[in-house]
Design a protein around this ligand. Structure first.
Ligand SMILES: *Cc1c(COP(=O)(O)O)cnc(C)c1O
Length: 473
């Protein structure tokens, strides 16, 4: 008998492996089927190795029941590790769509906690115990904060635009400037959303310049909507011209057309005192007379993922009655977080101090520098195996909001003495929490703008562990 046959014969039985303690302890968390399958798969893999590579491929020790059990347990543990997990965002981008955009304020977290595990007043009118409106929890707040007559919230802003267009312009035309036919990340393209909403697109003007008379000339029998779209993540500079909301409103009134504006990142308070280039607040746009305004709740507003629609009462009612409104409806956890976030805006100073993206946005660069210096000192004291340098950096708002806004900032450039910077970055991504930073000039660039001060210590621990080559933590 060849050695290979001998080894094949020594492959352990599944039942025997399942009795190993390492798998018995996992039985609390995983079903017997899952454990059996993991063992079976590993034995099958061993068999293939033996058949392909012969005896030299494996040692007899790998066939011991305990070794097979350990390997199966490893793959089982991977099933128990959360895939969606916490990240420390050291990229310097406040609203990183891939990292979940806005972190929530503590008040929003408490609100979620209060309604998540039990029952709530979601759709009950507590004055008479009858069926109520889920939107009622935020409509009053939104009207107060924006000056609008009515408001509605849905799953996200892309949904808000789709819903509003479908409800108000189906089978008719919406006129849009060619300079605003944008694609926002995640394949949200205005022309495609319009098509999906059954609205015919009537493009006017040119990429860099559109005049009021371009809109006026395009108005015809089929026109229902004059649509203005915030260009969000891109800017046209140089010889440019666009029509203001107020001018569109005047034209819309003249022709009895609906004027709609997709603002993208809706600002509820003026941030220009923090060096933000003139960006209108939702209130200003509503005040200018725009009939329907849509924006995201998880961009600079700093709330949960949601799409907000504010505007004229008759139009909001029509939108709320459209069948798509039901398909796009907001869930109770989001609603709880949104209501709590909006309530903070009743006292703007409070919003600025409690809503994480606003606090981070307004952070003083000098303070950021001190935090970086403290981190630098800590890494050096702990003997981090890296060359670490304090460098100037630029932070950004991100999330398709205010592309030109650059926040002067500081960062640490970390160059590991052993191994490459990309290996270091990969290791940090594997951790829980994971640490995400940019790579520039062969250095890991750790920017603290979007890192909670409370996480500074943990961030240092993660860096030290990764620089020491520890694979998991
Ligand atoms: C971000 C953005 C959207 C999409 O909003 P979501 O909330 O991500 O669905 C739509 N329009 C504009 C102008 C945006 O900036």
């Amino acid at each position: 008998m060849s050695e290979r046959q001998n080894l094949l014969r020594h492959l352990p039985a599944v039942d025997r492996v399942l009795r190993e303690e390492v798998l018995q302890t996992l039985a609390d968390q995983l079903s017997a089927d899952i454990l059996t399958e993991a063992v079976q798969q590993h034995i099958d893999w061993l068999r293939c190795q033996l058949l392909d590579g012969g005896a030299s491929a494996l040692s007899g020790a790998a066939l011991e029941p305990a070794a097979v059990a350990n390997a199966a347990a490893d793959s089982c543990r991977a099933l128990l590790k959360p895939s969606l997990r916490k990240v420390i965002n050291a990229t310097g981008t406040l609203l990183h769509t891939n990292l979940g955009r806005a972190p929530l304020a503590p008040q929003a977290l408490r609100a979620i906690n209060d309604v998540a595990g039990g029952y709530s007043t979601l759709e009950m009118d507590m004055s008479n115990g009858k069926r109520g409106e889920r939107y009622s929890h935020v409509e009053g707040l939104l009207c107060r904060l924006t000056g609008a007559e009515a408001a509605l919230v849905v799953n996200n802003n892309a949904g808000a635009v789709l819903l509003a267009l479908s409800a108000l312009g189906r089978d008719r035309e919406a006129i849009v400037s060619r300079g605003e036919l944008v694609e926002i990340g995640g394949a949200f393209r205005i022309p495609e959303v319009m098509e999906a909403g059954g609205v015919h697109l009537r493009e006017v003007g040119s990429t860099n310049r559109t005049h009021l008379h371009d809109y006026a000339r395009a108005i015809g029998e089929q026109t229902a909507i004059l649509l203005k779209v915030h260009t969000s993540n891109f800017r046209i500079v140089g010889f440019t011209g666009e029509v203001s909301s107020a001018e569109l409103v005047e034209l819309g009134r003249e022709h009895r057309l609906i004027v709609m504006e997709d603002l993208g990142s809706g600002l509820l308070i003026d941030l220009s005192s923090f060096g933000l280039a003139a960006e209108p607040t939702v209130g200003e746009v509503v005040h200018s007379g725009v009939d329907v305004v849509t924006f995201s709740a998880d961009k600079l507003l700093g709330g949960p993922q949601a799409g907000i629609i504010v505007g004229r009462k008759d139009l909001i009612r029509k939108i709320a009655q459209h069948p798509l409104a039901r398909a796009l409806r907001i869930d109770k956890l989001t609603l709880a977080a949104l209501e709590a976030t909006l309530r903070l805006y009743l006292q703007p100073q409070r919003a600025l101090s409690e809503i994480p993206v606003l606090t981070m946005f307004a952070a003083d660069p000098q303070q950021q520098k001190s935090r970086c210096e403290a981190l630098l000192q800590r890494l050096q004291e702990e003997g981090a195996a890296a060359d670490v340098e304090l460098v100037e950096d630029i932070s950004r708002v991100g999330g398709g909001a205010m592309p030109q806004t650059e926040l002067p900032d500081w960062a640490l450039a970390i160059r590991p003495r052993q191994g490459s910077v990309s290996v270091l970055a990969t290791r940090l991504r594997d951790y829980s929490p994971a640490l995400i930073a940019r790579i520039r000039d062969d250095a890991l660039l750790v920017n603290l703008r979007a890192v909670f001060v409370a996480d500074d210590y943990l961030l240092a621990q993660l860096l030290l562990a990764a620089l020491a080559g520890e694979e998991l933590c």
